[in-house]
Structure formats: structure tokens, C-alpha cells
Design a protein around this ligand. Structure first.
Ligand SMILES: *Cc1c(COP(=O)(O)O)cnc(C)c1O
Length: 351
């Protein structure tokens, strides 16, 4: 009768809603454009008999493609089922001390969930009032550091000086830099890998490569780090990636031109949306991502969120300390953003 006392109880991460039907969906930072044309072509001609066999547990085709793209050795690349899977494996692998790991108070809300799940002690370090990470705050004894850069849901990017300062003060622990949004105009810490063997950079196909539904994420770090990650992966589930996913992922990586063009379109739409949101009375820190984290000068975020939803426009809202006045608005197509702005005008009584 008392089996419940032995259950590993967790408060799960809550993903954004996935409404069906005709809605404008600006709530989970998906890419509004389709994946690279080669992805569709491969899918259409896929030889289903290949599914009879187990996939390559080493995911070599995709690992090699990523190694080529980022100019690192294949032994420096680890791939997983979305960067959520890669991050979870990295937490499990590298955060195994009694000391607290450190990450910001306002950041990707999965970090504390994994820490709880794996019983990793942690401390959340407050961002300053402009949502900036203060590198000096991470200069203390700890069991590891996790930084999303650009940060989510704030959109704020910290330059190399900050990242270097954190890495320099934390030579004896693993520092994870989660770069889910780096392709939208920020700079990747990948260029620091040669200098810092304590750095693990994690990226995803979900946002900039339009493949959230396929689930591909990857980590790049020192060969030693990647070996440890693989040891944990093979102790948990050897066949994380389907053979179809691996093949489609390779197609996406091949088409650098399409990738760059898509990212550029989103950046252009974002910059235009910033101007329109300012005109409507929104305030926000500069975003280098595919979303804008904005607060209205006089109307509550909850009200705007609810009114937008009534009009079938979904954005993300958290009723949490320090961010309950903010909406996280994903950058969609120009057309979607225009519809958003027109509806905001109405809601704000600015007809
Ligand atoms: C979206 C996101 C992820 C997870 O992406 P996957 O779809 O699992 O690859 C990880 N970190 C941050 C900060 C994100 O915004």
C-alpha cells in the first residue's frame, strides 16, 4: 500500500500549448518556414525497408555532417533526440558532485526540472534588472554552470567577454552553453572550444532548421567530454535516433544556403516587429533570437495573452515572479506578425 512513498516524484516541465486548427502559433519558437527542400525529397523517396534494421547507434552520418559543418572532429560531436535529450544526458553525465550547479533565475525552465529529477543540487543566480547575466556571480565554488546564450525567454545575448569570464572562473567544472537560438544573429561559443576544455556547446535543429517535430539536438565539446557523454548514453538507450531522422538531419545540414536564407528572413521580420511593438507601447531588451520578450507599458501581459488567444493567436505567458508582465512572442512570417500587430492594436484600443 505504501509503494507511493518510493516513487521518484517530479514536477514536470510544462511545454507550450500545441493547439490544432487554424491558429497563428507564436508560442513555442518554432520556425514558420519548412525544412530544407532536400528533407522533403528524401522523405518522399525513403526506402521503408530500411526501417527493418536498428539504426546506427553511433549516428555516424549525422555526426560526420555536423563535424564537417562546424570544422571539428567527429569525436567531438554528440547527437540526441532534440537538445532536451542532449541537455538531460549532459546534466546526468557532468553534474555528479555534491556542490550546487549554477544557472540564472530567469532561463530555460527545464534546467531546474532536470536538476530535481537527477537530484543535482542547484542555485539560481538572479539576472540584473535588464535581464543580463553578471559573470562575476558565477565566480564561486560550484558543481557546474549552465548558461543559455542567447538566454531564453529573455532573448538577451551575452558577448564573448562574459562567456570567457565565466569559463575562466570555472576551469574545474563543466560549463554548458545552450545555444538553441544562436543562429539568429548571435555568436557561437564554438570558437572558444580550443581554449576551454570545460566548455560544452549545445545546439538544436528545432528552431533555426525548422525541424522541431523530428527531434535533433547536438553537443560539441572536447573528445574526452563527448566520450563520457556517449558512455552514459550507451548505458541508458543505445538507439536514440531513428535511421530516418539521421538521414533527414544530414539533408538539412547539407543545405547551408537555405539555412542561411531562412535565418536571415526571420532576423529581418524580427527587426521590423521590434519597431512595430515599440510603436504599440511595448518595452523589451534587444533580442538576438527568433522571439521577443516584451512588456507593455500600461496593459497587463495576462490580459493581452488572453485576448490574443480569443483571436486564435498564441503567444507564451508565464505567471511567474519577475516575468509575469512579459509575453514571449515568436517571430513568425511577415504576414503572421502583421496580423499579430493588427490584433494588438485592437486589444490596446489603438484603432
Ligand atoms: C527550444 C529550446 C531547447 C530545446 O530544444 P529541442 O527542441 O529539445 O532541441 C533547449 N534550450 C532552449 C533554451 C530552448 O529554447
Amino acid at each position: 500500500m505504501n509503494w507511493e512513498s518510493n516513487v521518484r516524484k517530479v514536477v514536470p516541465y510544462v511545454p507550450g500549448e500545441q493547439p490544432t486548427g487554424r491558429v497563428i502559433k507564436l508560442n513555442t519558437n518554432e520556425n514558420p518556414y519548412p525544412p530544407a527542400p532536400g528533407v522533403e525529397a528524401l522523405l518522399k523517396g525513403y526506402d521503408v525497408s530500411l526501417l527493418r534494421k536498428y539504426p546506427d547507434p553511433a549516428c555516424s552520418s549525422l555526426v560526420n555532417a555536423l563535424a564537417g559543418k562546424y570544422n571539428v572532429k567527429p569525436s567531438q560531436v554528440f547527437v540526441g533526440v532534440g537538445s532536451d535529450d542532449v541537455l538531460a544526458m549532459a546534466f546526468l553525465t557532468f553534474f555528479n558532485s555534491d556542490k550546487k550547479i549554477l544557472f540564472p533565475d530567469i532561463t530555460y525552465s527545464f534546467y531546474d526540472v532536470w536538476a530535481d529529477l537527477f537530484k543535482i543540487p542547484y542555485e539560481q543566480i538572479p539576472l540584473d534588472d535588464k535581464f543580463r547575466i553578471i559573470p562575476e556571480d558565477y565566480a564561486r565554488e560550484n558543481g557546474g554552470v549552465v548558461i543559455a546564450n542567447p538566454n531564453a525567454p529573455t532573448g538577451v545575448f551575452m558577448g564573448f567577454d562574459g562567456i570567457r569570464a565565466i569559463l575562466d572562473k570555472n576551469r574545474d567544472v563543466v560549463c554548458i552553453v545552450d545555444e538553441a537560438y544562436v543562429d539568429f544573429g548571435a555568436e557561437s561559443a564554438l570558437s572558444l572550444l580550443e581554449e576551454y576544455d570545460n566548455l560544452l556547446v549545445i545546439q538544436t535543429f528545432s528552431k533555426s532548421r525548422s525541424m522541431a517535430g523530428l527531434r535533433i539536438g547536438y553537443a560539441i565539446g572536447s573528445e574526452t567530454m563527448i566520450k563520457y557523454l556517449n558512455d552514459v548514453k550507451y548505458s541508458f538507450n543505445s538507439y536514440t535516433m531513428t535511421s530516418l531522422t539521421l538521414a533527414l538531419g544530414v539533408e538539412a545540414v547539407k543545405d547551408d544556403e537555405y539555412f542561411k536564407a531562412t535565418c536571415a528572413k526571420i532576423v529581418a521580420t524580427r527587426e521590423a516587429l521590434k519597431i512595430k511593438l515599440k510603436e504599440l507601447g511595448f518595452e523589451f531588451q534587444d533580442s538576438k533570437t527568433n522571439f521577443i520578450f516584451a512588456k507593455h507599458a500600461s496593459v497587463s501581459a495576462e490580459h493581452i495573452f488572453t485576448e490574443l488567444k480569443k483571436r486564435n493567436i498564441y503567444v507564451r505567458y508565464w505567471n511567474k515572479p519577475r516575468i509575469s508582465e512579459y509575453l514571449r512572442i515568436t517571430v513568425g512570417t511577415d504576414e503572421e506578425c502583421d496580423t499579430l500587430v493588427a490584433n494588438l492594436r485592437e486589444i490596446l484600443g489603438m484603432k
